[in-house]
Design a protein around this ligand. Structure first.
Ligand code: DX5
Ligand code: ZN
Length: 218
């Protein structure tokens, strides 16, 4: 079963609680929380305070995507705020193994993320330690960007390694996922689709989620 993780980056922040309830009722599996620091990416968004505030709104796992420099300094705060999954960028983590251990030590699922220009090989040695691999199909920083098709081959590569190494991490795809691109991701081996604008920019969120899932044909 393909999972869907609506990204609240495209929600109406003035009524964030209602927006989260709306997608939860509409069939979301995770709530994707995009954390940006204005350094690793050219935008500033949500921090631990907002994460903590939305935790009681939903029983769905909070899937926290850290697009920040020095993630080690903030893992504890996001874990305490109620994150169920914390994903860190390979590009922001010079000691990735240590960073992943810090997440797991907090009792939270650990994910690793790669940008479109980062080869899959860069995370090959950490695959046995993670619960989730997030493949970016846009350059992180903003919602509503176009899907970078070239990244699809990395989903295939990572799915092949998962099989070869007999591992069970989930493969998530983030950026430009919509009814046109969802099937490319799931055919390549993705399990979780992040969708921001393709869900929140639609009036009927249930219909938007169903349309994406149906487009995968799974
Ligand atoms: C991009 C974020 C994404 C983004 C996705 O920097 O990590 O999660 O919100 O938005 P869409 O689905 O609109 O590309
Ligand atoms: Zn994201």
């Amino acid at each position: 079963m393909v999972k869907i993780a609506p990204s609240i980056l495209s929600a109406d922040f003035a009524k964030l609680g209602e927006e989260i309830k709306d997608v939860a009722e509409g069939g979301a599996d995770y709530i994707h929380v995009d954390v940006m620091d204005g350094h690793f990416v050219p935008n500033i968004t949500i921090g631990p305070l907002i994460t903590e505030a939305i935790k009681p709104v939903t029983e769905l796992p909070l899937d926290v995507h850290l697009m920040i420099e020095n993630p080690d300094n903030y893992i504890s705060m996001f874990a305490d705020a109620g994150a169920s999954i914390i994903s860190v960028h390979q590009e922001a983590s010079p000691h990735l193994h240590r960073t992943i251990q810090l997440i797991k030590d907090k009792g939270v699922k650990a994910g690793v993320v790669i940008n479109p220009a980062t080869p899959a090989e860069m995370i090959r040695e950490i695959l046995h330690e993670v619960d989730l691999v997030l493949v970016m199909t846009v350059n992180p920083g903003f919602g509503g960007q176009s899907f970078i098709h070239h990244a699809v081959q990395k989903i295939k590569q990572i799915a092949a390694w998962r099989e070869e190494l007999n591992l069970s991490f989930e493969i998530e795809v983030d950026g430009g996922v919509n009814v046109e691109t969802a099937k490319l991701c799931t055919d390549a081996g993705a399990d979780v689709l992040v969708a921001g604008s393709a869900v929140f920019n639609k009036h009927d969120r249930r219909q938007a989620i169903n349309a994406i899932l149906e487009a995968t044909g799974k």
